[in-house]
Design a protein around this ligand. Structure first.
Ligand code: GLC
Ligand code: GLC
Length: 651
């Protein structure tokens, strides 16, 4: 479409729409004229870009201008309804847009029902979050879902109602406000790729309403599904072969990328985009500061492609982002794209997602722990982790999901590693089958067609603690704890927001009881979705317990991180330590320079003194972790699984 055409039409539409918005909101505007002015200023700034994207996506629809106007009306209304508190937050963020880069940022994530039964219980634990040092709290999906299996809440039946077992919308808004007052940002999921089959839209579709059947990808027979399936990957292959589910009631096929009760939304329909924008704005006004864009890679489909990471998926996110900037300017998006590292990076952009999970770092930290070698991690960090300065990684070790081995095959080959054999090795290692493995993980979603497999398990069980505790072997226990702390320290120091999957701070082990619950037995991710046992925790808090040791070390790392200005999210330079077991990088910011050295092996290692001088820029260093001095007049000795945060003392 000619850009001159778009420019002209953008201008005309704006001229036509603004007076109509003003008219509709007359009463609200007369009560808060200044707030309305702010909206108009943003609208003028944002409109051309938004119009351009929407024309590209939906320009061919006869009712394009109708949807456009309705969208802006929703944004305008939402802004005028936004609370004073949140508008103050918008202004504060505008004044300090780099707030999430601070080294003081530390994230936590939990399931409300497993952590504190419900939202009322959660409020009682705010002191706990503060004690740990959290400034960011992601509550796993808490909205209304079908009974029984709901994919851990990721099958949403109503985006405006909290699951009654967990609480109410009022409680959610209250929690958001209380957290914000304590300096903790609330993060929630925006599960926008699919709804549950019990959502009102899906019910209307089942009832035969053609308008709502167009909300999803519904097919009368297998012809199109078969054509699509030639190029699709199976995400949950143990649930069903292929990505489509037969619906007996409609006698039709429905696109279901994940579970059969999770129906993919049809974003080619502008009504769907508009409807989901309204749900997003509603969430934004409850006080959410960051929305995690769930399954972002899958939102656009095109025949003949794998229907992942398509250009239109990026446009949809840009459009959501643009509307958010109009109506809830402080809202940030976090991308959940668990795909090839080069595709992950493409969502990380101020116009799309400011934040993103870092699945490559996550997977390769586990890879390095298994192999005791850092080559692949080093190469990948060097080649594939650059993101724009105004965006940040969210670094994690474990989350509610599985570990998939998302590294680049050519990186592996360039190091003489066969990627397929290597993934097989990693799967054998982390399911504990490889001889000498310390890990106790479970297989997730084995696909016999191609041998693909992912891994479930808690941080502690995968790092060797479960096996060591069972063996009652103090040396093995010590090694396992060192591994846990080593990995934890890296996500604290490497740049970005470190994220703790709560329970990790106590070194919690796998819980195998899910196998006797029929709604969970088929999904091994439940092995690492643990109920917090507060009563037991009281006893862990006593000195000398294993749990206490882990907790104290992690809490200490968090306090230390917050004091080091170099850990403000900025550049990170991977260095060559010339020792395959040592991962090194430099963090430099705000007049401070840290050289971080991590030993991935259970044996002592050394790094040459010339390397130390070259990257540390000096002769005398203080190691912030131990408080001890180190000299570059001799080789650097690094204990098993030790990590050093070195700062030059001369300066
Ligand atoms: C995301 C969630 C995962 C869920 C899937 C479908 O990947 O993290 O738990 O199964 O989306 O919503
Ligand atoms: C796939 C998806 C990811 C999801 C995971 C759940 O890896 O890409 O979005 O979290 O499956 O297992």
């Amino acid at each position: 479409m000619a850009s001159e055409w778009t420019e002209r039409h953008a201008e005309r539409s704006l001229k036509r729409i603004v007076p109509r918005l003003r008219k509709n909101l007359k009463t609200e505007i007369s009560g808060a004229p200044e707030e309305w002015n702010q909206f108009e200023i943003r609208l003028h700034r944002e409109f051309h870009g938004l119009f351009q994207i929407l024309v590209e996506l939906y320009g061919g629809h006869y009712d394009f201008f109708y949807h456009l106007e309705a969208l802006l009306a929703a944004a305008a209304e939402s802004w005028m309804e936004r609370s004073k508190d949140l508008k103050a937050l918008d202004a504060a963020r505008e004044a300090r847009p780099d707030w999430f880069h601070s080294q003081e940022m530390v994230g936590g994530v939990l399931y409300v029902d497993l952590f504190s039964d419900n939202l009322a219980g959660l409020s009682d634990h705010i002191d706990y979050f503060k004690e740990l040092g959290l400034t960011y709290l992601h509550l796993m999906p808490i909205f209304a879902v079908p009974h029984g299996n709901s994919d851990g809440g990721y099958a949403v039946s109503d985006y405006r109602a909290v699951n009654p077992q967990i609480g109410t919308m009022e409680q959610l808004a209250e929690v958001a406000t209380r957290l914000r007052r304590e300096g903790i940002s609330l993060v929630l999921d925006f599960v926008f790729n699919h709804t549950s089959d019990e959502h009102a839209w899906a019910r209307a579709a089942v009832a035969g309403d053609p308008e709502y059947q167009e909300y999803y990808h519904i097919f009368p027979d297998r012809t199109l599904p078969e054509q699509y399936e030639q190029h699709l990957r199976d995400i949950f292959p143990t649930i069903r072969k292929g990505s489509f589910t037969w619906h007996e009631g409609m006698r039709k096929w429905v696109w279901t990328t994940f579970n059969s009760f999770q129906w993919d939304l049809n974003y080619a329909n502008p009504a769907v985009f508009r409807a989901m924008v309204e749900e997003m704005l509603f969430l934004a006004n409850t006080g959410v500061e960051v929305l995690r864009l769930d399954a972002v890679a899958f939102i656009w489909k095109r025949l003949g492609t794998d229907c992942e990471n398509l250009p239109e998926a990026h446009k949809i996110i840009r459009a959501f982002n643009s509307v958010a900037r109009l109506a809830a300017p402080s809202l940030l998006f976090k991308s959940e794209a668990i795909v090839h590292p080069d595709e992950v990076i493409r969502y990380i952009d101020a116009r799309e997602c400011r934040l993103s999970y870092n699945p490559m770092l996550m997977a390769l930290l586990w890879e390095a722990l298994a192999t005791r070698r850092c080559g692949l991690l080093e190469l990948a960090m060097h080649n594939r982790s650059r993101i724009p300065d105004d965006c940040a990684w969210v670094n994690y070790l474990r989350c509610h999901d599985d570990i998939g081995w998302t590294f680049d095959d050519s990186d592996a080959r360039s190091l003489g590693i066969d990627p397929t054999a290597h993934r097989r090795f990693l799967n054998e290692f982390y399911t504990g089958q490889f001889p000498g493995s310390f890990a106790r993980g479970l297989p997730f979603q084995f696909n016999p067609a191609n041998g693909d497999l992912r891994i479930s398990g808690t941080l502690a069980s995968l790092a060797g603690l479960e096996q060591a505790v069972q063996a009652e072997d103090p040396v093995l226990i010590d090694m396992a704890v060192r591994r846990i702390i080593l990995l934890r320290s890296i996500v604290m120091s490497i740049g970005g927001i470190p994220l703790i999957y709560l329970g990790e701070e106590w070194g919690l082990l796998n819980d195998y009881s899910f196998a006797s619950d029929e709604t969970k037995a088929g999904d091994s991710r439940w092995v690492h979705r643990l109920k917090t046992r507060w009563a037991e925790m009281a006893s862990w808090k006593t000195p000398q317990t294993l749990e206490r040791r882990i907790y104290d070390e992690i809490a200490r790392l968090i306090r230390l991180r917050k004091q080091l200005k170099a850990l403000y999210n900025g550049g990170m330079e991977v260095i060559s330590t010339q020792n395959p077991h040592l991962l090194g990088y430099v963090r430099q910011k705000n007049g401070q320079r840290l050289l971080v050295i991590n030993n991935f092996s259970e044996h002592p290692q050394t790094m040459g003194e010339n390397r130390l001088r070259l990257y540390g820029l000096g002769y005398r260093f203080i190691d912030h972790i131990t408080g001890k001095e180190r000299s570059a007049r001799e080789p650097l000795q690094v204990d098993p699984y030790q990590f050093l945060w070195l700062e030059n003392q001369a300066s």
